[in-house]
Design a protein around this ligand. Structure first.
Ligand code: CU
Length: 67
């Protein structure tokens, strides 16, 4: 299990936070994703044999935010 923290920008309210958090939690291999608004960041525990930081960041970008 790996744990990563990366910044997420473009979020402006709690709704954005929930959107990013659900997108991350929906990625196969993610155990737990926690997203904070200020500063904008995501902390994700994941199985490194199933996913990668690049896949996680892509899931954030798909929601319209920058990672
Ligand atoms: Cu918002």
């Amino acid at each position: 299990m790996e744990k990563v923290k990366f910044s997420v920008s473009g979020m402006s309210c709690q709704h954005c936070v929930m959107a990013v958090e659900s997108a991350l939690n929906a990625v196969d291999g993610v155990k737990k994703a926690k997203v904070k608004l200020s500063p904008g960041e995501a902390i994700v525990s994941y199985d490194e044999t199933k996913t990668s930081v690049e896949v996680l960041k892509a899931a954030v970008r798909e929601q319209g935010y920058q990672a």
